[in-house]
Design a protein around this ligand. Structure first.
Ligand code: HEC
Ligand code: HEC
Length: 304
């Protein structure tokens, strides 16, 4: 209850609640009492249309009983559980404590499973149905919002099943990507290339990379400009996992295919981040997820 900004509100809530319950009880008593009138014939004393009278029948007892039960329940509840402003209740129950206990219980339940899986290699984990079932649920909870429930990604979010890696697909590199996160930085380089025509020509050259086999010809003025890009993307555009620079030769496009997208990325650059998971997941969970991601590109059945 310490969440309130002013001490006024707990009192406001407590008083309103008590008054409401009191009002319900009062109303109940008021409608239930038998009204005695001068005529003493059990009518309310109203007469309409010359001789139409209204009998004074109290509510049936069982109905009254229900009201009494709800009032007694409300009082008991408010004594035991938090509900009356800042009063914590004699039962000392709190949702935070209940949550902590449930988490501890869940961890204790899962401990034997993780203990069994701990000594396994990534390949053994990838073949273990229980390990992959757990990893699949972890993936849905922590990764699917960006990489998709089928791990195939979308624009800006890499496909984890296509064997095309920004940062490398060995278990060690996958584990590093998950644990520490990744930040792919492509600087805006239009200035370094020259005019907007130069940018277009380099973009066309990048497009041609996916279908060409020959290495870049550095005597060609456009291809010579690619030296700026080669610093990260490699001399022949094959990418560099050290800096997360994508392979530009495989016709797989993280930020959309086509000349316009390439021109845009040269002009504006790109800063793309995968958040570190080490504070959200335990090393054991990351181990399972590493095997799960690794399996997509290293097993006969590549389906997630
Ligand atoms: C907030 C969005 C987001 C979440 C959540 C997220 N990722 Fe990522 N992930 C990214 C982005 C963006 C990249 C690409 C980073 C870059 O461009 O260098 C990436 C990259 C990766 C890579 C490297 C891919 C490569 O080609 O080298 C792996 C592996 C990965 N994520 C796995 C995971 C796993 C497993 C989880 C869940 C624990 C996860 N990610 C959660 C956004 C996310
Ligand atoms: C400082 C290193 C660096 C330099 C220099 C660099 N790039 Fe990049 N580039 C990157 C990185 C890192 C990414 C991936 C960004 C991300 O993670 O989303 C990238 C992404 C791209 C993409 C998007 C690829 C895709 O799959 O969608 C294109 C196209 C591209 N670069 C072209 C170029 C061109 C052309 C040049 C030269 C003018 C260049 N880059 C120079 C680091 C660099």
């Amino acid at each position: 209850m310490s969440d309130f900004t002013s001490p006024l509100w707990p009192w406001f809530i407590a008083i309103t609640t008590v008054l409401s319950i009191g009002a319900c009880a009062g109303l109940l008593w008021w409608v239930a009492r038998k009204k005695i009138h001068a005529l003493n014939d059990n009518t309310t004393g109203h007469i309409w249309d010359e001789d139409l009278v209204e009998l004074n029948h109290p509510m049936p007892r069982w109905w009254m009983g229900l009201f009494v039960v709800t009032i007694v329940f409300a009082v008991g509840y408010l004594v035991l559980f938090p509900g009356l402003g800042a009063f914590a209740g004699l039962g000392r129950w709190s949702s935070v404590q209940q949550h902590t206990e449930e988490v501890q219980q869940a961890k204790a339940d899962a401990a034997p499973v993780y203990a069994r899986l701990a000594p396994l290699t990534h390949a053994q984990l990838a073949a273990d149905p229980e390990a992959m079932a757990i990893a699949g649920r972890l993936f849905l909870n922590h990764c699917a919002q960006c990489h998709g429930s089928d791990a195939r990604g979308s624009r800006g979010f890499p496909d984890l099943t296509d064997r095309d890696w920004l940062w490398g697909g060995d278990p060690e590199q996958i584990r590093h990507s998950i644990t520490e996160g990744r930040n792919g930085v492509m600087p805006a380089l239009a200035g370094a290339l020259g005019s907007s025509q130069d940018v277009l020509r380099v973009a066309d050259f990048v497009l041609s990379l996916s279908s060409r086999t020959a290495p870049p010809d550095l005597s060609d003025p456009v291809q010579a400009k690619f030296a700026v890009c080669a610093a990260c993307h490699g001399a022949n555009g094959g990418g560099n996992p050290q800096v997360g620079a994508p392979n530009l030769r495989d016709d797989i496009w993280l930020h959309g295919s086509g000349r316009d997208n390439i021109v845009s990325i040269i002009n504006k650059g790109k800063n793309n981040a995968m958040p570190a998971q080490k504070d959200r997941l335990t090393p054991a969970q990351i181990q399972l997820l590493t095997a799960y991601v690794w399996r997509f590109s290293n097993s006969a059945t590549r389906k997630p």
